[in-house]
Design a protein around this ligand. Structure first.
Ligand code: FAD
Length: 307
């Protein structure tokens, strides 16, 4: 059995694995796709001490660092069930294999909900963005749209309005769903327009980058085109925790509930990164939380396991 089994091989999982292995305990990482979301990222400019890198290079660096230690990496394996049997946890994989461990760190990350319209996938990272903290500065002085009028969409629009020249916020519903205080702030900004009852139907581009967007006015059934350089999609972040329902406590959004030590509702099971209730989904935060969960798992082991 492993001492620490990490489920998820993104920044949080890599940090957990390194911290565990450095304690000299038996460590495994099982990941559907080692590297995680950074594999889908182009420029990363906010990982402190690395002024600029590219997502795939960052993912390779994560893997190289983990491989400096005797960590067993089981890549391209998806976990589907977690259970406890006495002092051991069992993680069942879709392949049919079962892994046993004295403690578990869940770091399965999250995925952005997509609009599913033509052009969105084609221009991903070429104008279509999902994270204002990550990509906002790339659109300095340009025109962008934010899709979604919930708290994250309105926060993104307020944030971006301070960087870009103009923001158009597009909401499907007839009203915004964000908190009143955010809506008031949004309406006070001179370079923001809000369009309600609008369904985005296509992201337009010149073949290499975004240059516009088509939306349908749902009340008049008319189509309109906006000229833009960027589209920030803010219609939800979905944690990869469906398989943990009924096993550990999840928030209403499906995030794993953790305390300050990354401990979940099941003693001996810890969690870190975008799959948890910890706010602000960023690499630097996922890495820190992964290290923390791993130290907490080690504390748990020295209190519970036979030497
Ligand atoms: P993830 O990176 O999501 O990794 C999750 C891991 O778990 C993956 O290995 C996945 O395959 C695995 N997994 C999931 N389910 C299972 C399962 N059932 N069984 C086994 N394995 C599973 N952040 C920044 O700080 N700066 C940026 O510039 C930046 N740009 C971004 C650009 C894009 C396009 C995207 C999508 C995100 C960006 N982010 C950025 C956010 C950042 O990538 C995430 O905050 C970070 O990757 C979270 O790390 P994580 O380890 O928690 O999860």
């Amino acid at each position: 059995a492993f001492d620490v089994l990490v489920v998820g091989g993104g920044p949080a999982g890599a940090a957990s694995a390194i911290y565990a292995a450095r304690k000299g305990i038996r460590t495994g990482v099982v990941a559907e796709r080692f590297g995680g979301q950074v594999l889908d990222t182009t420029a990363i400019e906010n990982f402190i001490s690395v002024p600029h890198t590219e997502g795939p290079a960052f993912a390779t660096a994560l893997e190289t660092h983990v491989k400096d230690y005797p960590v067993e990496i089981m890549n391209l394996q998806r976990a589907q069930k977690l259970s406890r049997h006495g002092d051991l946890f069992e993680v069942e994989l879709e392949s049919g294999a079962t892994l046993k461990s004295r403690s578990v760190i869940l770091s399965t990350g999250a995925r952005w909900r997509q609009m599913g319209v033509p052009g969105e996938e084609l221009y991903r990272n070429k104008g279509v963005a999902y994270c204002p903290h990550c990509d906002g500065p790339l659109f300095k002085g340009k025109r962008v749209a934010v899709i979604g009028g919930g708290n994250s969409g309105v926060e993104a629009a307020i944030d971006l309005a301070g960087i870009v020249s103009h923001v158009t916020l597009i909401e499907f519903d007839g009203k915004l769903r964000a908190d009143d205080v955010l809506q008031r702030k949004l309406r006070s900004l001179a370079n923001v327009d809000v369009i309600l009852s609008a369904k985005t139907t296509e992201v337009l581009g010149d073949g290499s980058k975004v240059n516009g967007l088509v939306y349908e006015d749902r009340l008049k059934s008319e189509k309109h085109t906006l000229t833009l350089d960027g589209v920030f999609v803010q219609i939800g972040l979905l944690p990869n925790t469906e398989w943990l329902k009924n096993t550990i406590a999840l928030s209403v959004r499906g995030e794993i509930e953790v305390d300050h030590h990354g401990q979940t509702s099941m003693p001996g099971v810890f969690a870190a990164g975008d799959c948890t209730t910890v706010p602000y989904k960023q690499i630097v935060i996922a890495v820190g939380e992964g290290a923390k969960a791993s130290l907490a798992a080690f504390d748990y082991l020295i209190r519970t396991s036979a030497p």
